[in-house]
Design a protein around this ligand. Structure first.
Ligand SMILES: N[C@@H](CCC(=O)N[C@@H](CS)C(=O)NCC(=O)O)C(=O)O
Length: 217
């Protein structure tokens, strides 16, 4: 049996952005059954959580008692399990792996830096100057990605793969800005990915789970 471990609740700004969404979405695409397990938001420093996720982050993936962390590694593992998540052709699979790493290693750090500034450093006197520099690099990455997406619907193999699951969820982390929506190529790509029934199910399940665990009163 497969289980995804995630936090039980998060504040509003993180709704729909928790990275367990990547795993829920992939498993929905693959049609593989899974269950959700929840750790309290404040419980990620506990020894048993750190044994599964040394950085105290979420999500953790569990399959037949064994666990994995890092969504990129888990997505690659799932791509091996289901042809709904990866092309059969070796060249296309290599392209998929390339783009999965590009999403998580080249694009995500720059977008995440912007998020960190906007969410946690707005009150600092250095905020605006630092943010301008961070935004410039994020815009450059997004512009380069948009150029690639001009000539393709998905990143690899002409179909949805785990690379798109990674990239689309990376683009969503700057939803509080118009950096993605103001570019037609990026906006169309994200719409194409988010329009998939598997994504919609994953997203609504994440939101419902967060609501179900919301602090009372
Ligand atoms: N590279 C990790 C990143 C995981 C991550 O950043 N998770 C966030 C929630 S979506 C988290 O746990 N943040 C709390 C923290 O970093 O302490 C992955 O892809 O699994």
């Amino acid at each position: 049996m497969i289980a995804i471990h995630t936090v039980d609740w998060v504040p509003d700004f993180a709704r729909g952005l928790l990275r367990d969404l990547r795993l829920r979405w992939a498993l929905e695409e693959a049609g593989l059954p899974y269950e959700m397990k929840f750790v309290p938001l404040g419980g990620r420093d506990a020894q048993d959580w750190r044994a599964r996720q040394p950085f105290g982050q979420i999500p953790v993936y569990e399959e037949d008692g064994k666990t994995m962390f890092e969504t990129g590694a888990i997505l690659l593992h799932l791509a091996e399990k289901s042809d709904k998540l990866a092309p059969g052709d070796a060249d296309a699979k290599a392209e998929m792996t390339t783009w999965l790493f590009a999403a998580l290693n080249t694009v995500e750090p720059q977008l995440q830096a912007l998020v960190m500034h906007d969410r946690f450093h707005r009150d600092k006197d250095w905020y605006q100057g630092a943010r301008d520099g961070v935004e410039e690099i994020a815009k450059k990455r997004l512009g380069d990605l948009a150029s690639v997406l001009e000539s393709r619907d998905f990143l690899a193999g002409g179909r949805l793969t785990v690379a798109d699951i990674a990239m689309a969820t990376v683009l969503r982390i700057v939803m509080h800005t118009d950096l993605v929506t103001r570019d037609n190529r990026l906006a169309a790509y994200l719409k194409r990915c988010e329009g998939r029934p598997a994504f919609q199910k994953a997203l609504s399940d994440q939101l419902a789970d967060i609501d179900a665990h919301a602090p009372k009163g």
